[in-house]
Design a protein around this ligand. Structure first.
Ligand code: 4AZ
Length: 843
């Protein structure tokens, strides 16, 4: 390949081509010396001089405008490819230093010049062009072309280039048969930087082998700032490339600037051929596999002036391009997926499944995963990548959904265009009895089946709300003002707008020490005039006295200098709220960070991502294996539940030597093999002195590790909230652990996660027969189904706060069974334990 190097002219002057040079005509200047001053005609002379001067300045102005502005040239670059049909591909074309490459490259550039010179909107502005690479098919030539065009002619040039049609050309010495021609504008500055080939790599897949490559410096040092690298990947003819990123850790995304990697389904860096732009950091479990549509792929890497991250490591191989998709399906059930799922589907692909089940049945297709997202394409139009079923198109990113046909046939068409690929879909098709689509279950409008008890229970189980329509509200339900759906009564006046129209929060009497907002919501008095809109309608920030000195209460935040502030959750929010700045102390704020900025989208069930909860610890005993969870809060200290360390049935669980802590753990099976896992014995266990093993009041313990751990991508501390920290009712928080997957069931091998909600304390206390103490909080779903369970005890309830850090809201403590209806899980409230934590850990 030739890398646009040796014959590059960095001239931005337009070259005259075939007489299309612009002609500039100068206007004759007025000769003022010839004007005579004579008698009464003097007045006319003066007028003449003034007019002449005006004309002269106008002329000069016009000329200056013409040369300085109208003629100011914009540099433009186009890249693209063309297909030559009368030359066979030879290996020498892969190497830009071979005479064969240069001979053909010269023919192509001659052809381009001829093509451009024949167009009046292109010829005057042409500067230079060059061939950068060839690939098979018969021969595809990749080129760039540079132009310098006056700003006012730019649009015309763009249009002319985009409309250029190729014709076979008889060159002086030979004939070039060309049957396709593509041209795309590219960013001039960026393109120029890629022409410096100091960081260009050319890799050809070896049959049956994986070829590895990585960003500069990986893994020993961060990639350098201002990097511009490219990797040309090739496979043998009739093969495609399968590329997998094993590690991807770059700076947080700041597109179109910042650091990123782009993959092209071509050897030209045209946006229209971009398969994917990668930035940020992906957890190792993310399936970053890509497939080319031909036997080439181009990867570019750009970094800004700060390089701090390790970069990437990738490997690729070739595989035959005979991969078929779609087909005729006559089974009564099965699975269909987009090509290479869960890898990213290739560009330019079409698959058709013709599904037909026995004559008396209908077909139902349930999409379990659906990711066909194309930047800039509204999901209402689905013009690029889509699935089409019975003339209805589906695209974008979707929650599981069902499509049913009202016949025994279904035609499913998947189509990807030539840019931006995604993970695709997996769908399960079943045949069903049209008379009875959901035996012993309720049939949602979408065709989805849900258990009969879920009908009219106040929860949107069907996703399309059809299970909650036309219901008679029961005694413990109410109806919102603007919706026909029944909701549980305890949603009334709980400070959360469950109805969406606030009607559940109106006409509420607020509890003592609460302020009633104009929209009916109740908030603690301390949140009035704290400069935060806690009401949601701003009414708590009206009629505030001028800067009162805040009295210290349990709802205020105490600074190191003992001054109190009433702002909600002021710690580590990036604003100095305390006069001494102690709310932003670096020591306290270096916590709750998750090293991976990208979330895995494809997870089996509710597996956590690797590194998603890096403070989660697994506590093992020799006899029982994994027994409890815990949270890392400093290099040597864990927080867990006191009930885990109660002596029981002859076992001294209170003895530190019984326990081993595993940090950075994801999969219990890889406890001893994974390099990311750190094992520590326990030096000291301090359970809360007032832990009550009957009520589980004060269910907290502190554990000291035998030696400090070093923080890594997989081991990080979680933030401890201040006692004034507010985790409002209704807030989504995460519970994690390796506990039982169902009540009485066995533990999980892979760390599980579930998003649950903080539940109103009084309502939860009613549901749990008044068993809550003031140091407990409830979280989960009253409808059941998602909950912590045995073995999760001691583990974290992690809450993502507005400062993008995770805080330890609770410790898994107890519950009435697991995931039962009307029995939410109970957690030790960490804010109520703040002083105990400080006294026992110094944190
Ligand atoms: C347990 O036995 C346990 N549903 C922990 C949490 C819950 C139930 C049981 C909450 O460790």
């Amino acid at each position: 390949m030739r890398n646009s190097d040796s014959n590059l002219k960095y001239s931005h002057r337009p070259e005259s081509m075939n007489g299309f040079e612009e002609v500039v005509e100068f206007l004759p200047a007025t000769n003022t010396k010839k004007v005579e001053k004579r008698g009464p005609r003097r007045k006319y002379v003066v007028i003449g001089v003034v007019l002449g001067a005006a004309l002269l300045s106008l002329t000069v102005g016009l000329l200056v405008w013409h040369f300085a502005y109208r003629n100011a040239r914009v540099q433009k670059m186009f890249t693209g490819s063309l297909r030559i049909t009368n030359y066979p591909f030879i290996d020498a074309y892969e190497n830009s230093t071979t005479p064969e490459f240069n001979q053909l490259a010269e023919k192509v550039t001659d052809m381009l010049k001829t093509l451009y010179s024949g167009h009046p909107d292109i010829a005057p502005y042409f500067s230079d062009c060059s061939v950068t690479a060839f690939s098979e098919g018969s021969v595809i030539a990749y080129y760039w072309a540079e132009f310098a065009v006056p700003a006012y002619r730019e649009e015309a040039l763009d249009k002319a280039i985009s409309e250029l049609k190729v014709q076979n050309v008889n060159l002086r010495r030979s004939f070039l048969a060309v049957d396709s021609f593509e041209s795309y504008p590219i960013d001039f500055q960026l393109a120029r930087k890629f022409r410096d080939n100091s960081c260009n790599y050319f890799l050809h897949a070896k049959p049956g082998e994986l070829t590895k490559f990585s960003s500069p410096g990986f893994p020993n040092s961060p990639y350098p700032p201002n990097t511009r690298c490219q990797w040309v990947l090739r496979a043998d003819v009739d093969h495609i490339i399968s590329l997998k990123f094993k590690t991807f850790k770059m700076d947080t995304c700041n597109l179109p600037r910042g650091d990123y990697v782009k993959l092209y389904d071509s050897l030209s860096i045209a946006e229209a051929r971009t398969m994917m732009t990668l930035c940020g950091s992906y957890p190792p479990s993310y399936n970053l596999t890509f497939f080319s549509s031909q036997n080439v792929m181009l990867i570019t890497m750009v970094s800004d002036d700060k390089g701090r991250q390790p970069g990437f490591m990738a490997e690729f191989k070739q595989q035959p391009s005979t991969m078929l998709c779609g087909g005729t399906i006559r089974n009564s059930e099965g699975v269909i997926t987009s090509p290479f799922f869960p890898g990213h589907y290739p560009a330019n692909k079409e698959c058709i499944w013709d599904i037909q089940v026995p004559g008396n049945k209908f077909v139902k297709l349930r999409f379990n995963m659906f990711y066909l997202l194309e930047p800039g394409v509204p999901v209402s139009s689905c013009t690029k990548d889509y699935v089409e079923i019975n003339n209805q198109r589906y695209c974008g990113e979707k929650q599981p959904f069902v499509v049913s046909s009202n016949s025994n046939k279904m035609m499913v068409r998947f189509r990807s265009d030539q840019s931006h690929t995604d993970t695709g879909f997996t769908a399960q098709y079943v045949s069903y009895d049209s008379e009875n689509p959901c035996p012993d279950q309720y049939t949602c409008k979408s065709g989805r089946c849900i258990s009969k008890e879920r009908r009219c229970d106040g929860w949107n189980d069907c996703i399309d709300f059809s299970d909650e329509l036309n219901c008679n509200c029961t005694a413990d339900q109410f109806r919102c003002k603007t919706s026909t759906i029944c909701k549980p009564r305890f949603f009334l006046c709980d400070g959360v707008n469950d109805c969406g129209d606030s009607s559940d929060e109106q006409d509420c009497k607020c509890p003592e020490n609460n302020f009633k907002c104009a929209n009916g919501k109740c908030i603690p008095n301390a949140q009035k005039c704290d400069k935060n809109d806690n009401c949601g309608d701003g009414s708590d920030e009206l009629d505030c006295p001028a800067e009162p000195k805040t009295a210290c209460t349990e709802l205020t935040y105490k600074c190191k200098n003992n001054e109190c502030i009433s702002k909600t959750n002021p710690e580590c929010d990036g604003e100095k709220d305390c006069a001494d700045g102690s709310d932003e102390d670096a020591d306290n704020c270096n916590c709750g960070k998750r090293p991976y900025t990208r979330k895995t989208r494809i997870v089996g069930g509710v597996n956590a991502d690797i590194g998603e909860f890096p403070w989660q610890v697994s506590l093992h005993t020799k006899k029982d294996g994994h027994t409890c969870g815990a949270s890392l809060v400093s290099p040597t200290i864990l927080i867990s539940a006191a009930h885990c360390f109660q002596d029981m049935q002859g076992t001294r669980y209170s003895d530190p030597s019984l326990w081993t802590a595993f940090l950075g753990l994801h999969d219990q099976k890889q406890r001893t093999t994974s390099k990311d896992v750190v094992e520590r014995s326990i030096k000291r266990i301090v359970p809360h002195r007032s832990f009550n093993d009957y009520t589980y009041d004060n269910d907290i313990a502190m554990l000291e590790l035998s030696s400090p751990v070093t923080y890594t991508d997989f081991i990080q501390p979680i933030c401890i909230p201040e006692s004034s920290h507010n985790f409002p009712v209704g807030k989504g928080i995460w519970v994690t652990g390796w506990g039982a997957l169902s009540e009485g069931g066995s533990g999980s091998v892979v760390l599980q996660k579930a998003e649950i909600r903080v539940i109103n304390y009084n309502e939860c206390n009613k549901l749990l027969d008044n068993q809550l103490t003031a140091r407990m909080l409830c979280a989960g779903f009253v409808s059941g189904g998602i909950d912590a369970c045995q073995g999760d005890s001691g583990g974290p309830l992690s809450s993502l706060e507005s400062n993008n850090k995770m805080y330890l809201a609770g410790i898994v403590s107890w519950g009435d069974g697991c995931a039962r209806r009307n029995k939410p899980g109970v957690y030790t409230s960490v804010t109520n334990m703040r002083d105990w934590i400080r006294q026992n850990t110094g944190l």
